[in-house]
Design a protein around this ligand. Structure first.
Ligand code: GUN
Ligand code: ZN
Length: 443
């Protein structure tokens, strides 16, 4: 069960055990690792200290000792909460997959009770996997957005989301005309105001499902309100790229479509980016926008192989997303291991620290929150999970024999799928939100 923590006072505490975190210093490979570290969590849910021992100022705080690895909460920078039952839809590529499986499921979210049940289920499943923040696609329906916002504010989850914009290229029950979209979006933005740990993202689904008026309105919103983010899809499959150029014949490329409507900037998150061209990379890099790598989706749908080096070499920020239900798992370790395999197929070998970076600090940067989440550092939210490193025999052997932190992390990624999730407890804002009650390892 998700624990809202609303009635619980946030008693300050120290958690002690093996601890890993990357550090937010603009490099991907600066980290702290302690075999026995201490993290002090204050009464406001923020981290007061991380280090090898407890400073005298906090020595009177209650100490929780754990044998599990204390790890930063993961950030899923691209996921569709209405697509849980779409996982494992067989045998088709993106555009057919949308028509055949995804749109029919999303149509159900006009029903409030259905949406509420799915939103609670989504948050429970994602917290179980150590994810404490996510940029989440909803549907066109106000009920769907309200359900997610309500469930997230109850669970302490750090949420980025918005009403999905779609006014063409799909069945009527998942389309909304621009007039109604304006109305629903205004209400949604208003209801999000003052909700702790929520940030609104303008969410045009992708160019194929939005006409010029829709994209133009989205661009206006982004321009007017500097607090808003923007999330969408780009360059995911060759068919989609071709269809987009047919629909927007005056645009030079896919990124140009978004740019023409003011949707390209440093508050923009673009998922996939597989078929990005040279001129798009240049423009992308200059804009400060992030790309969200969704490897499980790209392999499952057969979309293609993301070329991370092209983005890394241009200093384009990379975040990581499960893209459920194109992606088949909400588990960050599965996503990271899939990214490793995708890179191998492109002839590259990724450093495990790089993979962890994309799923924590890179994703935090993508949602413009690297100052408050993405690593375990003083002043940030105490968003973390506890990862069981001892109860799986082979996993523990690999952990112990690893000569470097990189090797330890790599073992966690690849020995995990056999034993489902190794996360045994997840904290958001310093409060335990989910705990595996079958696990007695954490005191
Ligand atoms: N492009 C437009 N909509 C979607 C979606 O729901 N999933 C994926 N993977 N790509 C999209
Ligand atoms: Zn997606």
């Amino acid at each position: 069960m998700i624990d809202s923590g609303h009635t619980e006072p946030r008693e300050p505490f120290v958690i002690q055990g093996p601890l890993f975190t990357l550090l937010n210093d603009n490099s991907v490979n600066t980290y702290d690792y302690f075999d026995c570290g201490s993290m002090v969590v204050g009464d406001q849910g923020r981290i007061l200290y991380v280090g090898p021992s407890v400073p005298a100022d906090y020595s009177h705080y209650r100490i929780k000792k754990t044998q599990h690895l204390i790890f930063p909460g993961f950030i899923d920078a691209h996921v569709h909460y209405p697509q849980l039952p779409v996982i494992a839809s067989y045998g088709v590529s993106l555009l057919e997959w949308l028509d055949k499986y995804t749109f029919p499921e999303e149509a159900k979210y006009s029903q409030r009770l259905y949406a509420e049940r799915r939103a609670r289920q989504f948050l429970e499943l994602i917290l179980q996997r150590g994810v404490t923040s996510a940029a989440v696609f909803s549907t066109i329906h106000q009920e769907a957005f309200d359900a997610l916002l309500g469930a997230a504010s109850y669970s302490g989850f750090n949420l980025v989301s918005g009403v999905t914009g779609m006014n063409r290229g799909a069945p009527d029950d998942v389309l909304v005309d621009v007039g109604l979209f304006k109305e629903i979006s205004s209400k949604a933005m208003e209801s999000g105001l003052g909700v702790e740990r929520f940030r609104y993202a303008i969410t045009p689904r992708f160019a194929l499902s939005c006409d010029e008026e829709m994209l133009d309105y989205c661009g206006q919103l982004l321009e007017i309100n500097p607090h808003l983010l923007m999330q969408t899809h780009i360059n995911e499959t060759e068919d989609e790229v071709l269809a987009t150029s047919n629909l927007f014949p005056r645009s030079t490329d896919y990124l140009d479509v978004y740019d023409a409507f003011g949707l390209l900037g440093d508050r923009s998150l673009f998922a996939h980016g597989i078929y990005t061209t040279e001129s798009e990379y240049k423009r992308w890099a200059a804009s400060g926008a992030s790309v969200i790598h969704c490897p499980t989706s790209n392999t499952f749908l057969g979309s293609g192989l993301f070329n991370a080096s092209e983005y890394v070499s241009r200093n384009i920020n990379i975040g990581m997303g499960s893209d459920v239900g194109g992606g088949f798992s909400l588990n960050p370790f599965v996503t990271m291991s899939e990214a490793y395999k995708v890179a191998r197929l492109g002839g590259k070998v990724l450093d495990p620290l790089q993979l962890v970076y994309w799923h924590t600090l890179g994703s935090a940067k993508a949602i413009n929150q690297a100052d408050v989440i993405g690593s375990l550092e003083s002043g940030k939210w105490a968003d973390f999970c506890l990862i069981d490193i001892t109860s799986d025999d082979i996993g523990f052997e690999v952990w112990e024999r690893s000569r470097s932190v990189q090797e330890k992390l790599f073992g966690l990624m690849f020995l995990l799928p056999d034993s489902s999730s190794r996360v045994v407890e997840t904290y958001a804002g310093g409060i335990s939100r989910w705990r595996d009650t079958s696990c007695l390892g954490s005191k």
